[in-house]
Design a protein around this ligand. Structure first.
Ligand code: FE2
Ligand code: FE2
Length: 471
């Protein structure tokens, strides 16, 4: 792979200059992207931001850091290095060479998978666009913008695939990615969680912990794809995604840390009057973001996904590292189901249960964050603990959508749910309280009272570094 040339209009490592038609097509999409960024991207005016720019796909030197005006940030196209010997790891084509072109028989399905992934990238930028106005520190502000520009680059990565491999249909889909908008009544984003607002920074940390983590698992399945350009694109996106999740993990760490400090110092759980976020509100936000993210994995069983797997379009999490059969013809799996109206499980063929398999990998990963946050509470000497709600709690997709279930997994009648819902999910009052804490702190080295400072800065810089120069 070549190193990108940042003097080019569209920095890339895919040899774009050698393909004039493709280059022209992307250059004609670029003004639409820029006007989308201007109208739907971050609203806070800045002079420049200390951003990471990807310059390579390999090793330690893959990114460089520097103050960049946001509008000059270069959204590049990057594919991880090609492994010329790569073979398909699973499904009916297992053992055959990975595809460098789209097979006609799978064209529609592959395009659909790319569009669904692509749609989430600009959606999150739209969801987060107003957060700059209430950033708790310049460090946090910089992280927000870093996440935003990289989601913008992920959109570029998907649009490149659509333009390069899917002809006219692909170009139309690329245009549509900029016309759907998060929360729009007429043309919303494809997936539910991406139409929810991200109105405050606790939501942002929860989103980057739980929803970007969904992205990690979806990209993980695409990285296994027999369609090699998609696999290589997803591989590089995963590298950037790790930072987004770090922002979420340490963001929630810092909220919990501050909450614990104030609880200890004031010797009460009711710390709202002390300007910090009560633990029960943190738990409600966690319940909300976890449950809407579980919905992103789709129904417990899916014949579409079984077909995608058999065709080689998307694999399981860490497919190549899994032992055993990679066709799943005779395996079975227990999936969540309603049994006599109660949350339970039934056995289904492994192929149709692939959504469940992926969701379980994700759930196990999410438990890691809760463990960390509980360690912070424990170290503060507090007896309270956070927890993940039951898989059936607050679900709008799949087997549990028709029923109401408590965080402990107990089925509730509609009236019982209505009466107790406010104990488990953020109420308007909770959200208004959290919003009331969201006063911007833009002085170097200063931080809002509801969150602890980070342990480390970015790229070895101290917390009080001038991460962002406001306009
Ligand atoms: Fe992304
Ligand atoms: Fe992300």
């Amino acid at each position: 792979m070549t190193r990108p040339d940042y003097a080019e209009k569209i920095p890339n490592n895919v040899g774009l200059a050698q393909d004039r038609r493709l280059q022209r097509a992307l250059e004609s999409w670029q003004p639409d992207f820029l006007s989308w960024w201007e109208t739907m991207g971050p609203t806070l005016p800045t002079r420049d931001v200390y951003l990471r720019t990807a310059i390579d796909v390999r090793g330690d030197g893959w990114a460089q850091f520097g103050h960049v005006p946001m509008i000059d940030y270069r959204w590049g196209i990057f594919l991880a290095d090609r492994d010329p010997g790569r073979r398909i790891a699973f499904g009916a084509h297992q053992g055959e060479p990975a595809w460098q072109k789209v097979p006609g028989e799978y064209r529609a399905e592959l395009q659909r998978l790319i569009v669904i992934q692509g749609d989430t990238e600009p959606a999150s930028v739209e969801q987060q666009r107003n957060l700059g106005a209430t950033a708790p520190s310049l460090y946090d502000l910089r992280n927000l913008f870093q996440v935003n520009v990289e989601e913008g680059r992920h959109l570029w990565a998907m649009v490149y695939l659509l333009h390069a491999y899917f002809g006219r249909d692909g170009r139309e889909e690329a245009a549509a990615l900029l016309h759907r908008n998060s929360g729009s009544a007429d043309s919303p984003r494809i997936l539910g969680a991406f139409n929810e607002e991200t109105p405050d920074w606790l939501s942002f940390y929860m989103f980057t912990y739980f929803t970007d983590r969904d992205g990690k698992y979806q990209l993980g399945t695409l990285k296994e794809s027999a369609f090699d350009p998609l696999s290589r694109t997803a591989e590089f996106m995963l590298k950037e995604e790790a930072h987004h999740m770090m922002v979420g993990t340490t963001g929630v760490d810092r909220v919990v840390e501050r909450t614990a400090q104030v609880m200890v110092a004031s010797d009460t759980d009711d710390i709202a009057a002390h300007g910090a976020i009560p633990l029960d509100i943190i738990q409600k936000y966690l319940n909300f973001h976890y449950s809407v993210s579980l919905d992103l994995f789709g129904g417990e069983t899916s014949t579409n996904v079984a077909n995608y797997y058999t065709a080689g379009l998307k694999g399981r999490w860490l497919e190549e590292r899994r032992s055993g059969d990679h066709r799943l013809a005779d395996d079975s799996i227990m999936v969540d189901a309603l049994l006599d109206g109660q949350p339970g499980q039934v056995e289904v063929p492994a192929l149709t249960g692939l959504n469940t398999d992926l969701r379980r990998e994700y759930m196990a990963d999410c438990a890691g964050g809760v463990k960390r946050w509980n360690r912070i509470l424990e170290q503060a000497g507090l007896p309270q603990r956070l927890s993940l709600p039951h898989v059936a709690f607050n679900r709008q997709v799949g087997a549990f959508a028709p029923v109401e279930v408590s965080p402990a997994g107990e089925r509730l009648p509609a009236a019982g749910w209505a009466a107790r819902k406010g104990q488990w999910l953020p109420t308007d009052t909770d959200r208004a309280f959290v919003r009331s804490l969201m006063q911007p702190v833009y002085q170097r080295g200063k931080i809002a009272a509801w969150v602890a400072p980070p342990r480390n800065g970015i790229n070895g810089q101290p917390f009080d570094y001038d991460y962002v120069h406001l306009a």
